[in-house]
Every structure is written in C-alpha cells, then in structure tokens.
Design a protein around this ligand. Sequence first.
Ligand code: MEV
Length: 340
Amino acid sequence: MSAAIPLSPLPLSVRSPGKVILFGEHAVVHGRPELLLTVDLYLQAGFSSAPEFELNGEPAAARKHPYLSAARSSLWSDAYGGVSIDVVSRIPRAAGLGSSAAFCTALTAGFSAVRGGVEPSLLADRSFAIERKAQGVGSPGDTSAVVAGGVVSVNGGSGTILWELSDGDQHWKVRRVSDPGWIWLVVYSGVPRQTADAVRAVGRRLAEPDGPRLLEQFESVALEGIDAVGSERREAVGPLMDRNHALLREVGVSHPRLEALLDAVRPVAEGAKLTGAGAGGSIVALIRPGHEVEATRRARRAGGVPYVVRTSSTGVGLVASGPGRVRSAPRDDADDGARG
Ligand code: MEV
C-alpha cells in the first residue's frame, strides 16, 4: 500500500518495487483503462551528502542520466548541496518491468523526503512529471502503480480512487483493486527496448482509420480484465490476457522472441501476453497452479530469463535511516534506467 514519505535528512535509503501490466498498456497513453500490479523485485537507492551530484560513484552527467537530471531540476536546489546516489536493483533494465518507474519514484521520494516529506498523491504527480520530462511520452500508469503498491487500475473499475492526474486533455483516475494473491510468471526475452519509441509507433498505428475500433477493443478487454482480477475469476483472466496480446500484436509491438516465449509457456498457462511497451522486453503468464516449475523450465529452454513473482503489497518507501549508502552496485545500474 502507499504510505506518505516523511521528512528525513540525508543519509537515507528508498526502496521501490517493479511492476507488471496485466491489461491495457499503450491504450492507457490514449486515456483507456489499464491494470497493473507491483511485484516483489526491488530497486534500492541510497542517498548521502556529497560535494557534487554522483550516481554510483561517478559524476551524474545530464545527457547520460535524463531521469536524474529531470528530478534534480524539478525537486532539488543547489542550496541543498550535492547528493551521492547509489542504486542496486533486481529489476532487469529495459525489460518492461518498471525499472525506470522504480528509479524515478525512488529519486522523487528521496528528494521529497529531504525537502519535508510528501503525500502519496503528490509523489505520484511529481514522479509522473519527471518521467514525462525524461521520456517525452507516456501515461502515469507505471509511476502511480509503483507509488501505490499492490494492484491498481487506471481509468476503469469501481475501487477507491487513490488520485487523479492530467496532462493536457488526457486524464487518468488511479484506483485500488483488491489483490487476488496469485503467482505470476514473468519472462524477460533478453531483447532490450525503448518505451518512447514503442509508444510513438503505436500512436502512429492508432492514427490509422481502424485506430478507434482497436482502442475500443483494448478498452473492453481491460475493463473485463479489471473486473475478473478484482473478483478473483482466474478462468476469465487467462483468455482475456490472450485477447489483449492479440491486440498488442495487431498494433505492432510483439516480437519474434516474445512469440517464442509465449509458445513455450502456453501449454501450462491459463493465459499469457507481452507486458509493458513490447517490441522486446518481457511476457507475463498466469500459470496453471502446480505447473510453475515446469513453466520456468520451458521459458529457460526457449531462451528467456524467468522470474516467478508475487504482488508487492507495498509501494515506494523509505527503508532505513542508517548509513543510507548502498554500495557495490552492478555497473549496469549506473545508467539511469531510462528504458525500463
Ligand atoms: C510502459 O510500461 C507502458 C506503456 O503503456 C507506456 C506508458 O503507459 O507510459 C507502453
């Protein structure tokens, strides 16, 4: 669940979960419904005082670190001095599993804590603004889910409204959905991808004459999916995931590696689809109970990197007031996750 970020001096440490999109990616950018859940793969960022801005021990160049640069210009003042940020993460980068939303919300939470603390709705708003600034396109779905934790819907369902966000003439209502507590199999294809490129390509596809019809179909599948997950109707969820994937394939964001992974897990899955921006990245599957080990074996044999995940019931939050520094980050995490 989402919790307020309290005032905290440096050093401090923040933890953010990754996310999986069960229904509605891409269509959400056009104001349609989406269903997401945060998963138990985490990114942790330690913040400590330093003479300059540093990321994993190196000067944080604006060109190489668009998320940090956007967060710094929106939320930080040079009067506070520099900050050294050390990141470790189990969320694979550029894999459609929310590494950039986790990094972005961690930065927003860390800077906001030093500035006096922040309520979840404002944290979601700030995180979306920073992701938009760095990425140029997109919806608040990923960042809102990572702030809220658990299962959330955007522009659909009847759960409690957590917050509402806007950008120009687009509006998004973020709601709580009850967590069915299921296990999910996520498989990374090993093919990295750029969210912004995929979002722009789908935007062009949806501008074609059949775009409105496709958006209606995305909407109806996502609304049924939100209802089916919230009411724990597994038998309905799997086929809806398959239908959502067929639509994503139609708008051009599947990939031969994703299709191979889907073919590999389908014999033991109730349903499966790509998750996130697609064009590479990952799939998510609802596995028939008791077949999880076989599913991971099949996914690995097909060349994927499988993760058996559960819902993370908590969103971004401070984890310790101790020394705050997280050391020995893998080099890969020094880049700021702009493709996750
Ligand atoms: C990316 O994780 C999800 C997309 O719908 C983009 C977005 O919502 O910002 C493809």
